[in-house]
Design a protein. Structure first.
Length: 310
């Protein structure tokens, strides 16, 4: 059994303190005078970026990821020296053991007296050296376990970033689909009912039947959950408000259609229908103008969001 004598424990504590201290010194020196030229240049560039915003732009590094990398690199530097020292002590102990074995007299070398003397020698020299090596191996194993924990945290962080990236791609895809849907519907509306409504003068009746058999809006109703997860409350509100205004405009057209149908079915005279249509026309034009204005605002917000979240 390895004798943990006070001298051995004192040596182990001293070596461990030196190892920890040297790692801190190395880290400080690397941050100061002994920093490689390439890192100094990068550091200077970052100073320029901070002092001159807009000159150069780099994506900010994830703070959690950088902290984990720094801790892991620090542990790797701490492991190197004590691990090499431990193996050196093992080799040194073997060397001392061979010296003791070679120092035995040739006559009756493996006699009880010689073996007893060799055992005393090994206990006083080799066991102390190997005990110190064992402490260093325990220290290295502890650092290795901590390094494994950091690697696991990095993997968890990478998985989290991957999930966030996938979620952002889904959000961007839905926003682009909303953008394309509104643009296409606006183009179609501008050459059909929107054209007639725009040409309608004050005091005139809008006597064009609007087809409500089509399902015009597809993207937003089928992706409300993803829209609700967008990390921009104003953009979410703009989307909901725009589609509500679009539905309100459809409702205005539905009322206008109802007046026309009442006339066609004979429940209202042509004069009564014209009066109702003339009274309803300002509400129809106001809903149309509000939707166009809100759509422009929404498209601008979508473009701004996609520019910030490519």
């Amino acid at each position: 059994m390895i004798p943990f004598t006070p001298s051995v424990v004192t040596m182990a504590v001293t070596i461990t303190s030196v190892v920890l201290g040297s790692s801190a010194i190395i880290e400080s020196l690397q941050r100061c005078a002994n920093v490689p030229k390439q890192i100094r240049v990068q550091f200077a560039v970052r100073i320029i970026i901070v002092t001159s915003p807009g000159l150069l732009e780099f994506p900010p590094m994830n703070e959690q990821k950088r902290r984990l990398q720094d801790e892991r690199e620090l542990i790797e530097r701490r492991i190197g020296f004590p691990q090499k020292l431990a193996w050196g002590l093992v080799a040194f102990g073997l060397f001392l053991g061979l010296l003791g074995l070679m120092a035995l007299p040739d006559a009756n070398r493996f006699g009880l007296t010689n073996l007893s003397a060799l055992g005393s020698y090994l206990q006083g020299s080799v066991s102390s050296v190997w005990a110190l090596a064992g402490l260093l191996f325990i220290y290295v194993a502890f650092l290795g376990q901590k390094q494994q924990l950091l690697l696991q945290q990095e993997e968890i962080q990478a998985e989290k970033e991957r999930q966030e990236s996938d979620h952002q791609k889904r959000v961007n895809g839905v926003l682009r689909a909303i953008q394309y849907e509104l643009e296409i519907l606006d183009e179609y509306y501008a050459i059909t009912s929107g054209k007639h409504l725009a040409a309608l003068k004050e005091g005139q009746a809008y006597n064009v039947y609007f087809s409500l058999t089509e399902k015009y809006f597809i993207v937003y109703p089928n992706n409300t959950e993803i829209v609700g997860q967008i990390d921009d409350p104003e953009l979410c509100k703009a989307i909901v408000r725009t589609y509500n205004m679009a539905n309100f405009l459809l409702e205005m057209y539905r009322i206008n259609n109802w007046y026309l149908e009442r006339c066609f079915s004979g429940h209202m005279t042509e004069q009564q229908t014209d009066k109702k249509l003339i009274e309803h026309a300002p509400s129809l034009k106001r809903a149309d103008a509000d939707l166009k204005s809100e759509t422009s605002v929404l498209l601008a917000k979508i473009n701004g969001y996609l520019a910030k979240h490519p």
